[in-house]
Design a protein around this ligand. Structure first.
Ligand code: GLN
Length: 304
């Protein structure tokens, strides 16, 4: 398959499409991003890199970081992690609070905000310096030592973070948050602010395409079975209440963020990262989803 050619073709097709959606403005600092940015990188399992557009510009990966923090917590706790968060799609927006009360403070899955806050609480309990530990892990996964947090974005999110504060306080009232809420929120906002390029993100996700080899990054080990389970969670929950639509149109395990990025994997074949800051009302990149739909349709190859 000539992925380079396919990517260039879709890139040309997409740039003609009138871009719908809007930049995430509930985090003030994200609203200043140039809405016309568009980048894509696909890396084959043999390591061949194919890129187009703004693929080497860093952007706020936001909730895509939830895959990395889950990987660390799953490695540390094993199946005990599922006492703290479920593995079911929520069918609700990523920052919804309604299910939390009915389900006694246990989030539906680790990829909605409530679940990721629990994962941050676990890492806060288990690690003396979780911010540095997470940064080191992501740098190693992506193979780049200059990746960093953007404290301006983290601060901006904190200043408007009433929803996340409500979620964490609700969970704390049920005993599913063990550490001071302000400290866990600080860790969560910092981790969401991490910035990667499409190429760095695709490199990081390449590790999740390899389901024939155990995973060992900075001493965090995951078995092939655990990697497959993370992929299953991405498929069912990675795009929040649009995960069904993404499975239907794209057919790959993936994870989105409100910064407009989507990273996806075709196990044994490739990882791919797209970035376009214009998101729909579900919080997912409009052009990014369209690009991935074209990719799996033209190449006639998804996980199904
Ligand atoms: N930091 C964002 C938030 O908590 C992440 C949400 C997302 O990317 N979907 O709202």
């Amino acid at each position: 398959m000539d992925y380079g050619k396919v990517i260039k073709e879709i890139y040309a097709e997409i740039s003609d499409v009138k871009k719908e959606g809007k930049v995430a403005d509930y985090i003030p600092e994200l609203s200043v991003v140039d809405p016309d940015k568009f980048g894509i990188t696909l890396i084959t399992s043999e390591g061949r890199i194919h890129s187009a557009g703004d693929s080497d510009e860093r952007f706020s990966i936001q909730s895509i970081s939830k895959v990395f923090t889950l990987s660390m917590a799953f490695s540390l706790l094993g199946d005990k992690i599922w006492d703290r968060t479920g593995v079911e799609p929520s069918g609700s927006p990523f920052n919804s609070i309604v299910q939390l009360e009915y389900e006694k403070g246990k989030p539906r899955n680790p990829f909605i905000n409530a679940g990721a806050l629990v994962v941050c609480d676990i890492l806060f309990s288990k690690r003396a310096d979780p911010k540095n530990e997470i940064l080191g892990f992501v740098r190693k996964l992506a193979g780049c030592g200059s990746i960093n947090y953007n404290m301006k974005v983290a601060e901006s999110e904190r200043s408007a973070g009433y929803r996340n504060a409500a979620l964490i306080n609700m969970m704390r009232s049920y005993g599913n948050i063990k550490n001071p809420v302000e400290k866990v929120l600080d860790l969560y906002y910092t981790v969401c602010s991490i910035e990667l390029t499409c190429t760095e993100l695709a490199k990081a996700f390449l590790h999740y395409t390899n389901i024939r080899k155990d995973f060992d990054i900075c001493g965090y080990t995951l078995t092939r079975s655990q990697i497959r389970r993370i992929n299953a969670l991405m498929l069912c929950c990675g795009l929040y209440d649009e995960s069904g639509e993404f499975a239907f149109e794209v057919g790959l395990p993936g994870k989105s963020g409100v910064g407009g990025g989507i990273a996806a994997v075709n196990p044994d074949h490739y990882s791919v990262a797209v970035w376009s800051p214009l998101i729909n009302e579900k919080g997912n990149s409009v052009a990014g989803m369209k690009f991935l739909e074209r990719l799996t349709t033209i190449t006639d190859d998804s996980i199904f």
